[in-house]
Design a protein around this ligand. Structure first.
Ligand code: SAM
Ligand code: SF4
Length: 326
């Protein structure tokens, strides 16, 4: 069986697939002025998504994460989940969502075949949540998180971007919360994108600060599993939940890269940062193009760079992460 490997011996069994750029939130670090359409292209159709995932599974993809923008804004989101989960090679299908529709739809998505869910909750304080996201719906999102636990998802994770002077004061609240909740908190270090340079300079907080605090408080770093990717995971005997740190500016972050990305308009991105992407769309028209599609993907992988070079201030061509599926 073919596998997706690059010149640095990294294996890519994980596809992050963006199905829309659109979003109904205005997160201050991502889309502070709300979503503005910047292209005329249609988003990938359900049929194109099926052709794409079919080729990726034949190249060894085992896990797909559906992301965006806000993926649940698409009316055919449950149907897309169902189609992807029907591919034989797919062992896990996950999504990342802002939680807007969770309370209502967590169970439907689970029934459609979704295994795992990451919900972005950038503060545990309702006012700060409102300030960050532009939406005064903290309790609704938290009820959505409970709905996921009740529905029986294998994995419920909470993503939070901790920012200096914005929500860093919430760290202890988060940690206390998972004493009794079997949830993995994932603190994602704020990344600089094309659009947020000034915001980044003011609010970037190194994940090393959190790591030091955790180690001082008796948390223990777990030995990484191959599917953890670049996250560093910490556990503590007295806590039911775990903490994952995503520190893109740390040394060696890219060494454990295990993912490829396809944008909502069908471009293959080898990295979150730094390139225009390889257009796959002309090969998503019908199933007979699958071999050519696989060849193009394999060929593109030769160009994957060793690092994102974010440390050197590179933000590449990525204006914000909603445009590529963070
Ligand atoms: N709308 C969905 C959501 O917010 O969960 C999915 C898309 S969003 C781009 C995916 C993840 O990227 C979210 O957890 C968000 O917090 C994170 N993100 C967006 N911009 C970021 C940035 N500049 N630095 C770090 N994380 C970012
Ligand atoms: Fe929307 Fe997600 Fe970006 Fe927030 S982080 S603006 S929810 S795409």
């Amino acid at each position: 069986m073919l596998t997706l490997k690059d010149n640095f011996d990294r294996k890519f069994e994980y596809l992050r697939l963006s199905i829309t750029d659109e979003c109904n939130f205005k997160c201050n670090y991502c889309l502070p002025d709300g979503y503005q359409r910047s292209h005329q292209n249609e988003f990938l159709s359900h049929q194109e998504i099926k052709h794409l995932v079919s080729a990726f599974t034949e190249l060894g993809t085992k896990k797909v994460r559906i992301t965006g923008g806000e993926p649940s804004l698409r009316k055919d989101f449950p149907a897309i989940i169902e189609s992807i989960s029907n591919f034989d090679g797919i062992q896990k299908i996950a999504t990342t969502t802002n939680g807007y529709r969770l309370q209502k739809d967590a169970q439907h998505w689970f029934d459609a075949g979704l295994d795992a869910i990451n919900v972005s909750v950038d503060s545990l304080d309702a006012n700060t949540f409102h300030l960050i996201t532009g939406k005064n719906i903290f309790q609704k999102v938290m009820d959505g998180v409970s709905a996921c636990v009740d529905a029986g998802y294998k994995q419920v994770k909470i993503n939070s971007v901790l920012m200096k002077g914005v929500n860093d004061k919430d760290l202890d609240l988060y940690i206390n919360w998972i004493k009794t909740q079997p949830i993995q908190l994932r603190f994602i270090e704020l990344m600089q994108t094309g659009d947020n340079a000034e915001f980044f300079d003011k609010h970037h907080l190194s994940g090393l600060w959190i790591k030091e605090k955790l180690l001082n408080e008796g948390w223990v770093q777990k030995i990484p599993l191959s599917h953890d990717g670049p996250a560093q995971i910490f556990a503590h005997d007295e806590f039911q939940g775990e903490i994952g740190l995503i520190m893109p500016y740390s040394k060696d972050f890219c060494k454990s890269c295990n993912r490829l990305r396809v944008s909502s308009t069908g471009k293959l991105h080898l990295c979150l940062f730094g390139e225009q992407g390889v257009d796959l769309r002309d090969l998503l028209v019908d199933a007979s193009q699958k071999e050519a599609l696989k060849e193009r993907i394999l060929l593109a992988l030769n160009d994957k760079k060793e690092s994102h070079y974010l440390q050197s201030g590179n933000t590449g061509v990525t204006p914000h992460l909603a445009s590529i599926g963070g």
